[in-house]
Design a protein around this ligand. Structure first.
Ligand SMILES: Cc1cc2nc3c(=O)[nH]c(=O)nc-3n(C[C@H](O)[C@H](O)[C@H](O)COP(=O)(O)O)c2cc1C
Ligand SMILES: [Mn+2]
Length: 493
């Protein structure tokens, strides 16, 4: 794959590269943003290797085109982050971490901004940006934009069920001014009001709680469409101390240019396609959802803060990106796979014995993780289980399966065979209670329930195993070579 040497300038630059490589398909006939785009995109996501990105040129009821399935394959996700393979990001992060003296996970994380800074990836303020080519301050109106409805049961009877599905929500800590960017879906209630669906565990919600404690109105901005590293960074589960835009700068190897909003001090990527500026009144809540979510089920309606639009700015010829989530595999699965690779070196700072991690798409990220470790003492796998439940968004992992380091966890079938043969359930299972992902619908209460860890490593005497562990079947090297040599002689191809 020939990679672009410079960072993508913006979304349309990435779209042009996709088109040149034959990875984008245009749809010229008019399509409905209510459900029709969703069904077409879902079929494309389910086609071999994630199909192509889709550029819908003519949208019923809106003057602007829509693009979906931008990152929905390993190839497009790697292209978006300008690496050959997603594994290469892990290599870049490892090299970055090696610049710092060996420290623990949290100390290293605290150091990261300094490291990034040395590397000149700090976001850069600019005075003007294409995202402000058109400014609609007097009478902002969200209904002009091709905001999609994804699934039939989305939204409330009082609205059309439209959601902004690929938003980058920018906020600032009220005391320290530290910025955050998170991808939290936006339920559109009417022309100037939306929901703000940051789960209580997320950084945006923490900022909001601090404004609430101060009794202050909270400014926020929703940017839509930027260069691919910026869009991806909004979804990355970084610690609160790390500015996602700094991380995006590292990924794209060039600082992100930020421009100040018209009606607040929030800064947004200057190259955005659309920016919705506004504010939240502390304590004002409204029913948000339901929404067909990435679990493949509707996430139920619940009370969330309300966002009021004060100004909309956009490019003259805005392109509106959207993602459809649903039963895996969907586009967000590939973003999750990028995250799996990005975070492996960070997790290994605290757990160097971890060799690899696989978050299978069917587990929609919070439901399952397969982990291989180099085991060296009794109970080692159980230590990893408890340790991981204490690390950032790994607390949501409902099932952790630990295997020995000779298992390739990317090979799910082989891993399943090893696990199913190796486990004595009473001895090897850990069940614990604690916080769960907001999207978990199986626990009896929202956000709280049980998780399971399975130690599927070979057991030793010290772990109570009274018998010798059997050997795995392998043919002798001599016979394998002989059969290789004689293969055609037997009459096979
Ligand atoms: C397509 C997509 C939609 C998402 N929607 C939400 C959402 O509505 N609410 C939420 O809390 N997290 C959502 N997430 C996950 C967050 O973006 C992710 O947890 C991120 O780390 C949040 O940023 P933060 O760590 O700065 O809070 C979504 C992720 C993706 C890829
Ligand atoms: Mn954050």
């Amino acid at each position: 794959m020939v990679l672009c040497l410079m960072a993508y300038k913006d979304l349309r630059n990435f779209i042009a590269v996709l088109e040149k490589k034959g990875l984008l398909q245009r749809v010229a006939v008019e399509v409905d943003p209510l459900l029709e785009i969703s069904e077409i995109t879902d079929r494309m996501c389910k086609s071999p290797k994630g199909g192509k990105a889709l550029f819908f040129e003519k949208i019923k009821g809106s003057a602007y085109p829509v693009i979906t399935n931008l990152f929905g394959s390993f190839e497009r996700m790697a292209l978006a982050l300008e690496v050959e393979r997603l594994d290469d990001i892990a290599g870049r992060i490892e090299a970055l971490l090696n610049q710092a003296p060996p420290k623990t996970f949290f100390e290293k994380l605290a150091l990261l901004p300094t490291l990034f800074e040395f590397s000149n990836y700090l976001p850069r303020k600019v005075r003007r940006g294409p995202c402000q080519e058109v400014i609609e301050q007097g009478d902002p109106d969200l209904s002009k934009f091709p905001i999609i409805k994804c699934w039939p049961g989305d939204g409330q009877p009082t609205d059309e069920g439209r959601f902004i599905t690929f938003p980058m929500v920018f906020t600032k800590d009220p005391e320290r001014g530290h910025p955050n960017c998170g991808m939290y879906r936006i339920h559109v209630y009417d022309k100037t009001t939306t929901g703000m669906h940051w789960h209580i565990h997320k950084d945006g919600a923490r900022h909001y709680d601090r404004y609430k404690a101060l009794g202050k109105k909270m400014p926020a901005a929703i940017a839509v469409g930027s260069d691919p590293a910026v869009i991806y960074a909004a979804s990355a589960p970084l610690p609160e101390s790390i500015d996602e835009m700094l991380f995006a700068g590292f990924l794209r190897r060039e600082p992100v240019e930020m421009v100040k909003c018209i009606t607040s001090d929030i800064e947004v990527p200057a190259n955005s396609e659309l920016v919705i500026e506004g504010y939240l009144e502390p304590g004002e809540m409204r029913i948000e959802g339901p929404f067909g979510d990435h679990t493949g089920f509707y996430s139920s309606a619940d009370y969330y803060p309300v966002f009021h639009v004060s100004c909309i700015t956009h490019r003259k010829d805005m392109i509106y990106p959207a993602t459809i989530v649903g039963k895996p595999p969907m586009e967000d699965c590939y973003m999750g796979k990028a995250t799996e690779r990005v975070f492996l070196p960070l997790i290994r700072l605290d757990f160097p014995e971890i060799r690899d991690i696989n978050l299978p798409m069917e587990g929609v990220f919070h439901n399952a993780a397969l982990i291989s470790i180099k085991k060296s003492y009794p109970g080692h796998a159980k230590k990893i289980i408890h340790g991981l439940w204490g690390k950032g968004q790994m607390m949501f992992a409902k099932l952790l399966i630990i295997v020995d380091s000779d298992v390739d966890v990317q090979n799910v079938s082989y891993t399943a065979w090893r696990v199913l043969n190796n486990v004595d359930w009473k001895r090897d299972v850990v069940i614990a209670e604690g916080p769960l992902d907001d999207l978990d619908h199986a626990a009896s209460w929202p956000r709280y329930g049980s998780k399971m860890g399975i130690d599927a490593t070979r057991k030793t005497r010290e772990e109570g195993m009274m018998r010798d562990w059997p050997e795995e079947l392998f043919m002798s090297e001599e016979i394998r070579k002989l059969v290789d040599r004689r293969w055609r002689e037997y009459g096979f191809d």
